[in-house]
Design a protein around this ligand. Structure first.
Ligand code: NI
Length: 177
């Protein structure tokens, strides 16, 4: 059984009024429920049970504590969200947003010119760029990207495979939840 926190916002209870008018002779019951809009729109939490081998659960709990989760529910919710995002961004036509982080030596032949050229070719996908000079030779550059998975991955792969790029990492998420 998974322990789960109740929603902490209890303000809807304050706004809930119940009026009862009971006419016993007529045996009619009129019940008026006035619920606040907040109560109606508040997302409910569903509890569910999970069957799991003890040793697997033990490993999960160890990892969960290492990652600073205070309870299993929060950890499981994050894993589910991550899984859904991973599935979403797999679709070549999905709208994604993310970053490409790269490290390179700016002395590496025509790399800088080529990088600029590629970025101008993809101005529609690149929202912004940040360049930091790490030391005399090395640069860290971050591109903030937005567009279809297909185009973003193609751009990232083109840059990452260029001679002189020491490290490149693409991180994407879905544009809206
Ligand atoms: Ni630099």
């Amino acid at each position: 059984m998974i322990s789960q926190r109740e929603p902490t916002d209890k303000s809807h209870i304050r706004d809930t009024a119940v009026y009862m008018n009971i006419d016993v002779k007529r045996t009619t019951y009129i019940i008026v429920l006035r619920l606040s809009l907040k109560r109606v729109t508040m997302q409910t939490i569903t509890r569910f049970g999970v069957s799991i081998e003890p040793d697997l659960l033990e490993k999960f709990d160890r990892t969960m504590k290492k990652k600073r989760y205070s309870n299993r529910s929060e950890a499981i919710r994050d894993i589910i969200r991550q899984h859904l995002i991973n599935e979403h961004v797999k679709d070549p036509n999905a709208n994604v947003i993310g970053t490409l982080t790269m490290v390179y030596d700016h002395h590496s032949g025509p790399l800088v010119d080529r990088l600029l050229e590629i970025q101008h070719d993809h101005y529609q996908e690149i929202l912004t760029t940040t360049h930091i000079h790490i030391d005399h030779d090395t640069c860290l550059e971050v591109l903030v990207l937005k567009g279809k998975t297909r185009n973003i991955k193609k751009l990232a792969d083109t840059i990452k495979s260029m001679k002189g790029i020491k490290h490149g990492e693409l991180v994407v998420t879905q544009q809206t939840s």
